[in-house]
Ligand binder design. Structure first.
Ligand code: GLA
Length: 384
């Protein structure tokens, strides 16, 4: 966790002004992958790594955005905001500003400082945390008070429409709405949700394969297209089916032969994953950790074999975790193709588990992984 004093000092040194401060956490997804844009279910939790923003007004109509991580400042004109990103890190905060402008808000000049410790490109939603931390800062500057689900939706739109990454709502939603020591079961159709407590005695361990992941990359988009293809075939036969959320395994059995082999596999993953995710939230709520672990194992297998969104390193990391005492459940978390695994581990064994996983992964792959132990954190907020 960064010390908020650090970002305050950073901002004051840059601008000479006292800022308002905000933070928004990254997330780990316990289960429910590539289901959000199919209007299905996800079960993420926020983590103790976060993006921090500091904001103060400027009188000259300029927007200056400084990122400590990239050690770079960008300057824009509040009156002539671009409507599309340029492939630069500043697209994420600027996209939020542009979406707010599109909602009819007059954007004044301001200075924004961004710092954070969410590992970048690791599938822990550094992008969503930047968006939500920016949205909170901007809301306070403008004196507006969107509900948290609305804020998440606006930030998702910034990523879809400005950045050009076709993500769902999960990452922005959990960053804005998380509760400490809980996972959140979100119905991505109507954004209704309930919290599922993570029992005392269960540690969350995030293991970074060190293989970089990107939602803006082509694989995420092509998987999404295949999911939509599977849905379109079923919808030809059943008019009530608008998203794979509405489809069943029986539908796949009946009409799967009309799909491309890939669409059939992607469809099987998403439909099964929705069932697993709701069951996992129930297992967590009832303290049935064995069942939760079983569902996570099934989910990883499906993500790897049917969705083909894993990679050798992530499969290795999960296989190794399964042999270490104390594991409850492990799977690749997030958009796929690299990034981190999420491991639920018996607290008493957590330290030994982390040490062994690190050693075995290094011995097997030659890569030194970063292993983080975290608690399920609270959602984005202002820091006083
Ligand atoms: C990324 C996206 C999310 C979601 C996951 C996969 O994190 O940003 O919207 O689709 O991948 O579950």
């Amino acid at each position: 966790m960064l010390d908020p004093k650090h970002i305050r000092t950073l901002h004051k040194n840059r601008t000479g002004n006292e800022p308002a401060l905000f933070l928004a956490p990254g997330r780990v997804n316990i289960i429910g992958e590539h289901t959000d844009y199919a209007e299905g279910f996800v079960l993420p939790a926020a983590i103790e790594f976060a993006t921090y923003t500091a904001i103060s007004p400027r009188a000259d109509g300029k927007i200056t955005i400084y990122s400590e991580n990239f050690n770079e400042e960008k300057v824009f004109d509040a009156a002539t905001l671009p409507s599309k990103g340029s492939g630069h890190w500043s697209d994420y905060p600027l996209g939020v500003v542009a979406i707010f402008a599109g909602e009819g808000h007059t954007i004044p000049g301001f200075a924004l400082t961004i710092a954070g410790d969410v590992p970048l490109g690791s599938g822990l939603s550094s992008s969503a945390s930047v968006e939500i931390a920016t949205a909170l800062a901007l809301s306070s500057l403008l004196g507006i008070d969107y509900t948290r689900p609305k804020l998440a939706r606006l930030c998702q739109r910034a990523e879809n429409e400005f950045v050009g990454a076709n993500c769902g709502i999960m990452d922005q939603f959990i960053s804005a709405n998380a509760e400490a020591n809980h996972a959140l079961l979100l119905d991505c159709r109507d954004l209704s949700f309930r919290y599922a407590p993570i029992p005392d005695g269960v540690a969350l361990i995030i293991a970074n394969t060190m293989v970089r992941h990107s939602v803006a990359g082509g694989e995420y988009t092509s998987r999404r297209a295949e999911v939509e293809e599977a849905c379109a075939v079923i919808a030809r036969h059943r008019s009530g089916v608008r998203f794979l959320r509405d489809a069943t395994l029986d539908d796949l059995a009946q009409w799967g032969s009309e799909m491309s082999p890939n669409a059939l596999k992607r469809g099987r993953h998403v439909i099964g994953e929705n069932l697993r995710t709701v069951a996992a939230a129930d297992a967590l709520t009832n303290g049935n950790l064995a069942e939760l672990g079983r569902l996570m194992a099934e989910a990883h297998k499906s993500y790897s074999e049917d969705f083909e969104a894993s990679c050798t390193e992530a499969d290795t990391m999960v296989a190794l975790a399964n042999k270490i005492p104390g594991l409850i459940g492990a799977r690749l978390t997030g958009g796929g193709f690299g990034g981190c695994t999420v491991n639920l581990v018996e607290e008493a064994q957590a330290e030994n588990f982390a040490a062994q996983l690190k050693e075995h992964y290094k011995n097997t792959t030659g890569i030194t992984p970063e292993i983080h132990r975290t608690k399920a954190a609270g959602g984005a907020h202002r820091i006083d």
